[in-house]
Design a binder for this molecule. Structure first.
Ligand code: PLP
Length: 397
């Protein structure tokens, strides 16, 4: 009757969504201000003023039929040209509009890219912990997910990666700044990764693609985020404006295929074909143009930085062990007991809604999304303190 693979996916519960729904119900019961929901990565800082400025300008200046009508399948030509020019000037890499495909956010960028690349038997490597949907996207494209754990500081483990690359490896997904750890891949790490991929590609005579998933590129707290295309030719950047411009619900992003890819023209044609097959053509027309007018802008990162500083200092003082985030808006905290799910249940009793790390591909941690109002963090601190006391972490009371 129905496709069983998709039925299973549709019926599967998303742990994050379930916690979020629980939080909404709980807020109705005991009042919004008494529930501390750190589950979702929904941006909590408003879009920069340029976004509304662009919307108003476009609505006033562009004829309605043109503004809201279909664009070309790959995006409006002037938008693709603006994105390519931005990439060239901001990152010093050769990029042309012929390699830019406008999408409905990073999820679509990844899905289309994977469908464009994947052939029967292909494997895609993900570096765990990672965004749980990678598996869904890879397997939906007909590929196999190969998980390679990062090292104890959640940085790329080159030896493990080298060992995992095999005859069927088609690509590696890199997400920096990272969800869920906040780790940013440094220039040295990216160079070493590029050297490894180049060596292994040369050995087998076929490129291993680097798929750079970059929805958090602009959200960093001082760390530089090197541009993967500048280090490795066979790169596809999957970008989204969801987090940088706080436009998660508007569904807008792009795919940038490096012109230095081994078969750049064929790959871009396959991207167009995958977009067509999946129905991901002509991304939202108004927001293509809004995004083009706001390239390089971002929501006020300083606000996320203040949240990070407050939470990191308070949780560390309570005795919790955290990975100091260099970017994105997630704090990855060690669970004081082996089962992160059990810890999250005990946190729930204090109205703290945290996400266990198991879905991200590692055990024993929780993800805390701090893209919330500062007041939520401030009100939550006594609850974290009581939780720490319960686990005997607060030695001095
Ligand atoms: N990749 C990562 C690492 C993410 O965290 C997210 C969303 O949270 C996405 C992709 C999907 O982003 P979008 O909402 O732009 O589709």
């Amino acid at each position: 009757m129905v496709n069983l693979k998709n039925l299973k996916l549709g019926e599967e519960r998303s742990v994050i969504r379930e916690i979020f729904e629980y939080g909404n119900a709980r807020k109705k019961e005991i009042g919004e201000e008494n529930v501390f929901d750190f589950s979702l990565g929904n941006p909590g800082v408003p879009a920069p003023p340029e976004v509304n400025g662009e919307i108003v300008r476009l609505v006033r200046e562009m004829p309605s039929l043109k503004l809201h009508g279909y664009t070309s399948a790959a995006g409006a030509p002037e938008v693709r040209a603006a994105v390519a020019e931005y990439i060239r000037t901001a990152f010093g890499v050769p990029m042309s509009e012929d390699g830019v495909y406008m999408t409905c956010g990073a999820a679509a960028s990844l899905t289309v890219t994977l469908h464009a690349l994947c052939e029967e038997g292909d494997e895609f490597i993900v570096l765990t912990p990672c965004f749980p949907e990678y598996r869904v996207f890879i397997e939906g494209a007909g590929g196999k997910t190969v998980c390679v754990p990062t090292d104890r500081d959640f940085r790329i483990d080159l030896h493990a990666l080298d060992a995992a690359i095999g005859a069927h490896t088609k690509g590696v997904i890199l997400n920096s700044p990272n969800n869920p750890t906040g780790v940013v891949c440094s220039e040295g790490e990216l160079s070493a990764l590029a050297a490894l991929l180049a060596r292994r590609s040369a050995e087998r005579g076929a490129p291993i693609m680097l798929i750079a998933d970059e929805p958090y590129r602009e959200l960093t707290y001082g760390a530089a985020v090197p541009y993967p295309m500048a280090y490795y030719p066979d790169t596809v950047v999957c970008y989204s404006f969801s987090k940088s411009l706080s436009l998660a619900g508007e569904r807008i992003g792009y795919i940038a295929v490096s012109p230095q890819c081994a078969c750049a023209d064929a790959l871009f044609a396959a991207v167009c074909g995958a977009g067509r097959a999946l129905g991901f053509v002509c991304a939202p027309a108004l927001f293509q143009r809004v995004a083009a007018g706001c390239l390089g802008r971002s929501a006020d990162v300083e606000e996320y930085c203040k949240n990070r500083d407050l939470l990191l200092a308070a949780l560390t003082a309570c005795g919790f062990e955290c990975v100091p985030p260099e970017g994105a808006f997630y704090l990855f905290m060690k669970s004081p007991e082996p089962s992160a799910a059990a810890f999250c249940e005990r946190a729930k009793a204090h109205e703290l809604l945290l996400v266990p790390s198991d879905g991200f591909g590692v055990t024993g941690y929780v993800r805390i999304s701090y893209c919330v109002e500062r007041a939520v963090i401030e009100r939550s601190l006594p609850a974290f303190r009581s939780l720490a006391e319960e686990y005997g972490l607060l030695k001095n009371g």
